[in-house]
Design a protein around this ligand. Sequence first.
Ligand SMILES: [Zn+2]
Length: 282
Amino acid sequence: MSSAKLVNIFYHTVSDDNIALPHITPLYKPKTLKQLISDLDYMLKHFSPVSAYEVLQHQRGEKTFNKPSFHLSFDDGLSEIYYCVMPVLLNKGIPATIFVNSKFVDNKDLFYRYKAALLSSAFKEALSVQYSEKERLDEIARKTNIDFGNFLHTRQPYLTTEQIKEMQNKGFTVGGHSAAHPNYAQISLDEQIRQTVESCNYVKENFNETKSFFAFPFSEHGASQAFFDKIYNDVDLTFGISALSTAQSGRHLGRINMEHCGKNARISILRARAVKFIKQFI
Ligand SMILES: [Zn+2]
């Protein structure tokens, strides 16, 4: 059951000279495709890639990882994963999990933080709008003549159902990432459960995964024991952002945010290990 040999890492997307990400760059700086490739080469040198299903078997004590292993995932279901990242992963033989928001797949709607980012050049205060008041972003957009519907239609920031199915056929796993990406620390327990179950049921119904995987939107902060007790009726494994830590008898796994925790994979892994080491003593 030990997860000492398992490292979970995640990204959102990649940037490049040819990839404009006006909905993301005001929020944070994604890695370039070249940086991602260099991270993956480092990971492959020191770890074996494993799928979410293998992680589940490992956590249940049904499978032993003989070598240090890593599980790669991508949050938010962004289209660059299909166009830019998938060819690299297929070439390198790395399985990955994509965690999608049921309200955004097929470019049906846009994450409120992406709306804020698009508005931020004309209206900087947009970046401080919270989930509970997200309708304000639509009002600001109307006043400033920024058309989110047009952005969704022309830029296609999200993966489509068809692309996700093709990715599954090529070995990707799909998991839930909530319906509309709220901050769980700012919503009620009932709403946390509803958002989680809705996205996981959506994945089950549309993508026929035999097991249910869920990654918290933003982070697992704000999720109580009552939340975990309830959702483990529907979900097999949950993933957060707390690096190398595990909780809930091995059913909740931290992941390293590779876009935030260091300029390259070596530094991110070293940092995560240092934090884990220090935490033993406090
Ligand atoms: Zn997310």
